[in-house]
Design a protein around this ligand. Structure first.
Ligand code: URP
Ligand code: ZN
Ligand code: ZN
Length: 485
């Protein structure tokens, strides 16, 4: 952990973009915090000055869904917490929220301590959602300890991955109820794991063993069923719910319907799902097709329009990557059986540029809406706001200086992630970070990455309060700071 005081940093002449407005202002940072935002600020003696003329100064991205150093499907992701957060900083993302995933029957606190240890090498700030993979009295108790003492305010439920980390309805109900009592946000990976398991067997019985079987065994209806079930359970229990990696129109519509009835349902979209379609699974090369195996799978193109519309309409709130990198030799585990291909793709470095290029340059999103869906809304939903997700005095000096006219061609050859594939390979984007600032320090300057292992800090996230009664009748109090689009 770097505790050295940083010299002052003045970002001069840019346009500050927050989720609510944009305005011309200088930004002065000192000792890891923003101390002033305004016109004509003077640089203190010894300050570093960044010329942001013609550029935007925005909150650093928050990726609320990553898996660094994850043991999964018999192997471990290539990016650990250092390489993964370094890649994030290179792309303008200054905080991640990763996942502690206990094995079934493993005490939650044991798994949490293990992940905290692994994450000490991070060079960007990080927090954790904790997955509920089984149920018992100790899980109930540990959820309380995690919320009250460890700064965890969100719990993840995998409705897929049967015979591994899948949660049944009994666990969902118990955990959602407990989250409600604690003022924590339940989140779900929405896919019906029983149906996925059945369809995988059917594909293989038909002789489909290659990666093309992956999307066939996980069609949109399988995702939509789980999303609707989770939303219905949350509705009965009167608890808010956050659906991770919404990939299809049917799930986005389920969220929109529930929200139209007044239910607090929030949705996350992955940069990959917004721009990559399912043709990748029909690629003649096993390596290329397997490199795209992640769940839910990339979808037929029309779903991308639905996801963009969800972000534009405000039914979907955050963007993430599910950064989870496996290399070709790891993906080869499933050469004879697609259901054994380790699920996961990268993107933590590319998310902001893809969202800017496809979102802002196309006119789908304003710069302020871009900030909402890349940092501010995640900060609000997971109770990091306004420390994160906002350019204002008192906030952490986690910033990205964004050059809207610079271009870059995204490629595995230039990425900082240790993954050996880039799902955005060859895409030329206009709008990239020129500088990334983390804790008031310049960590990325025009292609030069200056990260320090272990400098990232664990982010404690307080619960939403006050807490609720046993029947959830005070759930109205669970409303996070209003999210914006
Ligand atoms: O394929 C994926 N998404 N891998 C990571 C685990 C998960 O489902 O989020
Ligand atoms: Zn998932
Ligand atoms: Zn994930």
């Amino acid at each position: 952990m770097n505790t050295a005081q940083t010299s002052a940093l003045l970002i001069r002449g840019g346009t500050v973009v927050n989720a609510d407005r944009s305005f011309r202002a200088d930004v002065l940072c000192q000792d890891g915090q923003i101390v002033a935002v305004g016109e004509g600020l003077q640089a203190p003696a010894g300050a570093t000055v960044v010329d942001a003329g013609g550029q935007y100064v925005m909150p650093g991205g928050i990726d609320p869904h990553t898996h660094m150093q994850l043991p999964f499907m018999g192997t471990v992701t290539r990016d650990d917490f250092f390489s993964g957060t370094a890649a994030a900083l290179a792309g303008g993302t200054t905080s991640i929220i990763d996942f502690v995933i206990p094995d079934p029957q493993q005490p939650l606190l044991d798994a949490y301590k293990t992940w905290r240890g692994w994450a000490e090498k991070s060079c960007a700030d990080y927090g954790f959602h904790v997955a509920i993979t089984w149920w018992g009295d100790s899980v109930h108790a540990d959820m309380g300890t995690l919320v009250r003492e460890e700064g965890v305010n969100s719990f993840k439920h995998f409705m897929a991955y049967k015979n591994a980390i899948m949660c049944d309805d009994e666990t969902l109900v118990n955990s959602f109820r407990r989250a409600l009592e604690l003022g924590a946000m339940p989140t779900v990976h929405a896919e019906n794991g029983e149906l996925v398991f059945l369809l995988q067997q059917e594909m293989k019985n038909q002789g489909i063993t290659g990666p093309e079987g992956h999307p066939l065994s996980r069609p949109p209806a399988v995702e939509a069923e789980a999303a609707q079930r989770a939303i219905a359970i949350a509705d009965v229990l009167n608890v808010p719910i956050y659906v991770v990696h919404v990939s299809c129109a049917e799930s986005a519509e389920a969220i929109a319907r529930a929200r139209a009835k007044g239910q607090r349902v929030y949705g996350e979209v992955l940069a990959g799902h917004l721009v990559v379609d399912d043709s990748v699974y029909r690629h003649p090369s096993y390596e290329v097709a397997a490199a795209h195996v992640m769940s839910p799978p990339f979808r037929e193109k029309s779903h991308q329009q639905a996801l963009w519309r969800g972000l534009q309409a405000g039914h979907l709130h955050t963007t993430a990557t599910d950064h989870c990198t496996f290399c070709a030799e790891q993906k080869a585990i499933g050469k004879a059986d697609f259901s054994k291909i380790p699920n996961g793709t990268g993107g933590v470095e590319e998310r902001l540029a893809v969202l800017w290029d496809e979102g802002v340059n196309s006119g789908r999103l304003t710069p302020s809406e871009f900030v909402a869906v890349t940092s501010a809304n995640a900060a609000k939903l997971f109770n990091l706001y306004p420390r994160k997700g906002c350019v204002a005095a008192g906030a952490d000096a986690d910033l990205v200086v964004w050059d809207p006219s610079a271009t870059k061609t995204l490629s595995v050859k230039t990425q900082h992630s240790l993954g050996d594939y880039n799902i955005f390979e060859g895409k030329t984007v206009t709008g990239v970070p020129s500088h990334t600032i983390s804790q008031g320090r310049l960590v990325y300057v025009q292609g030069d990455l200056r990260v320090e292992r272990g400098s990232g800090r664990y982010l404690k996230r307080p619960p939403f309060g006050p807490t609720f009664d046993a029947l959830g009748r005070k759930a109205a109090l669970a409303k996070p700071t209003a999210v914006t689009r």
